[in-house]
Design a protein around this ligand. Sequence first.
Ligand code: MN
Length: 285
Amino acid sequence: MAENRMEDLIGMLKNQRMLATLVLGAFLAVPAFAQAPTSPAASDTSLRAGAQMINDLVTGNHILYGQGVLDGFGHLSARSDKDPNIFLMSRSVAPGLVKASDIMEYDLDGKPVDRRDRGIFSERFIHSAIYKTYPEVKAIVHSHSSAVIPYSVTKTPLRAIFHMSAFLGLGAPVFEIRKFGGDDTNMLVNNQDFGLALAKTLGNSAVVLMRGHGATVVGDSIKQAVFRAVYTQVNAQVESDALKLGEVNFLNAKEAATFVEYQKNQKQVIERPWELWKQTVKNAN
Ligand code: MN
């Protein structure tokens, strides 16, 4: 008898719990449906890109600022995952302050799709021309990293000094804007012709240095481009330290190529630092 009563009691409690779950579920469902994208930080709903891509763009901007790759200048862009002829980048704003609502669309000639009254980067042509030239490029970082600039103005190549930056291979090519614009440029890649010349100098490298200016890094995803931008800077710092000590034993071509190939099959090599860096930034979404 006692056992039966206990079973009845357990059955009753179970039913009550089910009822409580139903009531709570109905209660929670209302605010979830009622949430409208009215926050000023919400992305423009007309953007032709997935929500994850917008989030990663915002996070990537903040990571690059947090890691000291970008300061008040520089930019991160991504080719749209919905339309390969469009890329996404923020309006003209410091990378550390980018919000989802700052993300805009540009075509592959650098023209904003829907500018309205928003300020835009004069060097958007770095991105448009590279996306136009290389369909496989999905994300780009342009930086003025002070650790990297010495390698753009001397004959010392920025080359892979450790495995994490194996993508640098035997050395990043250097874009000489004077070759294309003579003495009259303000050093900026501020038209599509300069962008196309930069893209040509990049070739099939992951990184192109820009003489007396900075660097541009490409990747097959936002995460890869961010990873490469960070490790390009780390490589520059380590290489500069090593050069002070004497002759440097760099990765050779075979070692660099083998690690790049290995990394293609090791998704976590890109994911692990991204997850860590993500924790260190305040996401303004
Ligand atoms: Mn620049």
